[in-house]
Design a protein around this ligand. Structure first.
Ligand code: HAM
Length: 438
């Protein structure tokens, strides 16, 4: 293969990846902290695992034949000859960590992570996307499925999304699968010539993937295909019924989608997906997940049932834009320090005010009074503290109210922090004002 040519011009973010800069990143911060709060309220602790894993983790865990592994995984050999992959998803790494460290169960973890898939970039589909997710290991209790689904549903609700639709299905277990696959295989064989080009060639090897295909030819064929839910054994059927009853009891609307098989091979029993009709068809899944009761064993650990979900942050924000919700205010400073005496006063005041709990900003580079005041205005700060030569000499400062119409006032430098904390935060400057130290 020919060496790719070095692109000209300054380096850019690779195709399908993107930068998230301020102020858009403030929305991400708020999103992650709201998710963290919800997850913590339900007993989930943060899990941080490496972005690089041994490639065999995903081959075994996500599935040797799944598209995510065969077509989309970023793989590399490091300088020590190790075969590694950038994580295409967040579940296998958490289960790997569980198997490696054997924490007590139930083990309940939440995460926020980039995920890498070599896909054709388009709106809502990226080569590096980001997921918020949870994984809960160590119990097959259907109430845990309900808890996990309710956590995601509550989060969408918290953001103000009203149009997210929840589909559920059961993939059954190892015992149910062969009978179902042979029924599905017989059906697909009868209709093979009506399938889309890709699945005419592939249905024999991956019959379940046909159910996932969004092309109209396959949709028409699979409309009447045998349904996994009709092949569940007694225990799986009872499990699924209990999950659905639990969702009803918590008032979480959902519909059965017998074709919901999801693209990763580890799923057993409950699977679910949240779709936003406000987004374009093929990229409208704003989150999805399910049970993976065999995954821990597949990657060499003890038997440990598990369930979780992943929510795509970029798509979630696109859905919020489409619904006109979740537009949190960008944080602004409390105070902007304007110093026309050389900058040392601003340096010291910012440090002191921040120590007292006030968000303090300043300009750099010895700008004029007019330019600093313009910056103060643009910053959204509620007050400007102005230090000129006369104030410096008198150990005083001018305080300008930038939002209301309080007249400017002069304040002794020594009590500035205490006054501003009480004015702007409605409190007491605590030890910080007088505390000293760096
Ligand atoms: P997934 O459905 O492959 O599941 O991905 C989860 C979510 O990530 C999707 O619903 C979508 O919002 C977002 N997403 C996926 N691929 C892309 C992409 N290329 N660009 C933008 N967003 C994307 C999983 O990854 C499973 N690990 C979820 C899970 C957790 N199952 C059990 N536990």
């Amino acid at each position: 293969m020919a060496e790719p040519q070095e692109p000209s011009g300054p380096p850019r973010a690779p195709s399908g990846t993107h930068d998230v800069l301020w102020p858009e990143s403030a929305r991400w911060e708020e999103l992650v902290s709201r998710f963290a709060r919800r997850a913590q309220m339900a007993g989930y602790g943060l899990a941080l695992t490496p972005v690089l894993e041994e490639a065999r983790l995903f081959r075994r865990g996500v599935g040797e034949a799944s598209e995510v592994v065969t077509k989309e995984m970023y793989e590399l050999t490091d300088r020590g000859g190790r075969h590694l992959a950038l994580r295409p998803e967040g579940t296998a790494p958490v289960v790997r960590a569980f198997v490696q460290h054997r924490p007590s169960v139930p083990f309940k973890a939440w995460y926020v992570t980039p995920a890498f898939r070599y896909e054709r970039p388009q709106a809502g589909r990226y080569r590096q996307h980001h997921q918020l997710g949870v994984e809960a290991l160590g119990s097959d209790d259907p109430d845990l499925d309900v808890e996990v689904v309710a956590l995601a549903a509550g989060f969408y609700d918290d953001l103000g999304l009203r149009r997210v639709e929840l589909s559920v299905n059961s993939m059954g277990c190892e015992a149910d699968r062969p009978t179902y696959l042979s029924a599905l295989g017989r059906y697909l064989q009868e209709h093979a010539s009506e399938l889309c080009q890709e699945h005419q060639e592939r249905w024999v090897h991956s019959p379940l993937r046909v159910l996932d295909c969004k092309r109209p030819q396959c949709r028409a064929v699979t409309e009447d295909a045998p349904r996994m839910v009709d092949f569940l054994d007694e225990a799986c059927a009872a499990h699924f019924a209990r999950v659905r009853a639990g969702l009803d009891a918590l008032g979480i609307p959902h519909r059965l989608d017998p074709r919901l098989v999801r693209g990763l091979d580890y799923y057993t029993r409950t699977t679910f997906e949240f779709a936003s009709p406000a987004l374009e068809g093929a990229q409208n899944a704003v989150g999805g997940g399910g049970r993976y009761d065999g995954l821990a064993e597949v990657i060499g650990g003890p038997a440990a049932p598990g369930i979780g979900f992943g929510i795509g942050i970029e798509r979630l924000l696109l859905a919020c834009d489409a619904e006109g919700c979740f537009d949190p205010a960008v944080p602004t400073p409390d105070v902007f320090v304007v110093d026309v005496t050389g900058g040392q006063a601003a340096r010291d005041l910012c440090q002191e005010l921040r120590r007292c709990g006030l968000a303090a900003e300043r300009a750099f580079g010895g700008r004029s009074l007019k330019s600093q005041l313009r910056r103060a205005d643009r910053s959204g700060a509620r007050a400007a503290v102005v230090v000129g030569p006369a104030e410096l000499q008198a150990h005083r400062v001018q305080v300008k109210d930038l939002r209301g119409d309080r007249p400017d006032r002069e304040v002794a430098r020594a009590v500035l922090a205490v006054e501003l904390v009480s004015d702007l935060l409605g409190g007491d400057a605590g030890t910080g004002a007088a505390g000293g130290g760096p």
